[in-house]
Design a protein around this ligand. Structure first.
Ligand SMILES: C[S@@+](CC[C@H](N)C(=O)[O-])C[C@H]1O[C@@H](n2cnc3c(N)ncnc32)[C@H](O)[C@@H]1O
Length: 266
């Protein structure tokens, strides 16, 4: 699912949900004006825009062409350059970024070790890396129904090969430690809101790029109705208020990796 085009469908509604996490991420970076910031997997530019507003020079790395256009249009006269790339292929020179940010994006990298090596290459010797990753439960349970069924259809655990638990501080220390980083982390909460379970399904699942990419396969396998029913039942029983509105909790890890021997800013 990492090869999907995040420009298809309507990622914008999820981007709004993730904006509070981007604010936490950028605040934790304690940016100084003029710092060179790279937002990896920038989406519509949640973190990139905030960083630029604080006076940073921002490169927004985003593999989806449509989303790069969205970022560049939203940037206006801010110092933001949207470029094509991935976490494992950042089109910037060695030691050219003071800060790398990744709001729920590097977690989709098919090769986490290659991504960590690339972050370490692009970061200056005192550079820092900040990322967010979902913790199990809440929204992750709903997406999990879809992901599990997809694995059953494709008949393998291939999607998970080489993956790490990005929400596990120990896994992050093992990933970034060999590159001289120390990792600290904090846990945060978000709430995804919708007028109804149906609206949540349509706007956050069916029209989400992952939904657009997987629904035809689920439908072909005759499993789409089942997945939809299971997800709606879970949302209805666990996270729907008496008036029908949905408040779906999501918990995430915010990790800060600083080079050993440099001053941690957070
Ligand atoms: C959940 S969205 C997060 C977007 C954005 N950071 C935000 O705050 O809304 C995941 C993003 O990661 C990007 N992405 C997917 N695979 C990637 C990879 N291997 N390297 C970098 N970005 C990737 C997608 O194109 C998408 O924009």
């Amino acid at each position: 699912m990492s090869q999907i085009d995040w420009g298809q469908g309507t990622y914008e509604s999820t981007a709004k949900d993730l904006a509070p996490a981007a604010r936490e991420l950028v605040a934790a970076a304690q940016l100084q004006p003029g710092e060179r910031v790279v937002d990896v997997g920038a989406g519509t530019g949640n973190a990139a825009l905030l960083a630029a507003d604080l006076g940073a020079q921002v490169t927004a790395v985003e593999p989806a062409a449509r989303l790069r256009e969205v970022i560049q249009a939203a940037a206006g006269d801010r110092d933001i350059t949207a470029v094509d790339g991935t976490a494992a292929a950042i089109p910037l020179p060695d030691a050219s970024a003071d800060v790398l940010l990744s709001n729920f994006a590097v977690i989709f990298a098919p090769d986490p070790q290659a991504a960590a090596a690339e972050f370490a290459r692009v970061a200056t010797p005192a550079g820092r890396v900040l990322l967010t990753s979902w913790l199990p439960g809440g929204v992750d349970e709903v997406v999990g129904i879809l992901a599990r069924t997809m694995r059953e259809i494709t008949g393998s655990g291939e999607a998970m090969e080489g993956r790490i638990d990005w929400h596990d501080p120990k896994a992050l220390s093992e990933l970034f430690g060999p590159f001289g980083f120390e990792v600290s982390s904090t846990v945060h909460d978000l709430t995804f809101r919708a007028a109804s379970a149906e609206e949540y399904w349509t706007t956050r699942i069916a029209q989400h790029p992952l939904g657009v990419a997987t629904f035809p396969l689920l439908e072909k396998a005759g499993r789409l109705d089942e997945v939809r029913a299971l997800a709606l039942e879970k949302i209805a029983t666990k996270w729907t208020r008496p008036d029908g509105a949905v408040e779906l909790p999501a918990r995430y890890l915010l990790a800060v990796a600083t080079r050993r021997g440099t001053t941690a800013r957070s």
